[in-house]
Design a protein around this ligand. Structure first.
Ligand code: SF4
Length: 319
């Protein structure tokens, strides 16, 4: 499902032919209504091994294009039907920036959205295109995928269309970040043995230290993928998160947390853990046993731990 924003393609799980889907409640974004810019078929410049849609020939422009008016009318109806939407999430059965009238569309949506926020979920393959950037600048929040920082990995895991170059994506993101005033979130989807090698994580870390997005979501496969590729465990995500610089706001976006056994931490161990990696409330519940959680909240009450809001996700750090 799409609008939990965990994978830009995920909305397609139900493969609805409708432009509007949801609403879906998400802890981070509230009540989200999805807008599918390619409801008829998969239209993407990637063909990721983990995609939950059937494999499809990659393309660099949509060949089935909806009129802007049709989408805007559907959005109007959706907003009217569900009066209390927090966020409109633009995505697609594929890549939403392949929609040729994205700029015009977001301008029209901004005219009718009222206080509702807008979010787009993109695989970032077109972010080096100034016209795409111009359209993305008009969204309140932009979430871009970056599974790989090397071309070899991009080709193997995301099976990108011929000519898509990871260095241009990385440069495009840096240029976009300079121009953008909203929240830029990066999503890394980890697939076992494909992009979890130390050299790949080190390359991602080096790059992200330059980009400094507002938040990084580190997740793994949580729905049946098109190919026989495997997710990693929550413990593995946690271990990988420690290979990133602690100054990066890194959120472990995984639904597999419930399977780990919480452990006992002393006060010193809790503070030491927070120096290595700021934690969210979900991490705390997954990692710490009840006594340790009590210790954690006491430390917070004493001011030794402080909360920091990173675009809707609260991280706890050592004061
Ligand atoms: S970017 Fe990857 S996961 Fe998303 S729709 Fe395209 S192929 Fe599927």
């Amino acid at each position: 499902m799409p609008t939990d924003t965990s994978q830009h393609s995920t909305l397609n799980a139900q493969r609805s032919p409708k432009i509007i889907f949801g609403p879906i409640n998400s802890r981070r974004f509230g009540k989200s209504l999805g807008i599918d810019l390619s409801p008829g078929k998969k239209q993407c410049n990637f063909d990721c091994l983990y995609c939950e849609l059937d494999p499809a020939k990659t393309m660099v422009q949509q060949d089935e294009v909806l009129p802007v008016k049709q989408i805007v009318n559907a959005v109007k109806e959706g907003l009217h039907e569900h009066g209390d939407i927090d966020v409109l999430t633009v995505t697609a059965n594929g890549e939403p920036t392949l929609y040729p009238y994205l700029n015009e569309l977001i301008e029209e949506i901004n005219k009718i959205k009222g206080n509702t926020k807008t979010l787009i979920l993109s695989n970032a393959a077109t972010i080096d295109d100034e016209k795409v950037q111009d359209a993305l600048l008009k969204f309140d929040e932009v979430k871009l995928s970056l599974d790989c920082a090397t071309q070899k990995c991009l080709k193997k895991l995301d099976r990108s269309h011929e000519g898509i170059d990871v260095e241009r994506i990385k440069k495009g993101m840096l240029d976009f970040k300079v121009r953008y005033r909203g929240s830029l979130i990066i999503e890394i989807l980890v697939v076992a043995t494909l992009n979890d090698k130390p050299e790949e994580i080190a390359a991602l870390n080096d790059y992200l230290l330059k980009l400094r997005p507002n938040r990084i979501d580190l997740g793994t496969i949580d729905r049946p993928p098109a190919f026989d590729v495997k997710p990693v465990s929550y413990e593995r995500l946690l271990a990988l998160s420690r290979q990133f610089d602690p100054s990066l706001a890194l959120y472990i976006a995984s639904r597999k947390k419930a399977h780990i056994t919480p452990s006992s931490y002393t006060e010193e161990e809790i503070l030491d853990t927070l120096v290595k990696r700021p934690l969210t409330e979900e991490d705390i519940e997954a990692l710490f046993d009840e006594t340790s959680q009590n210790r954690f909240w006491l430390l917070k009450n004493e001011g030794k731990i402080v909360p920091v809001d990173s675009n809707g996700v609260i991280f706890y750090k050592k004061a």
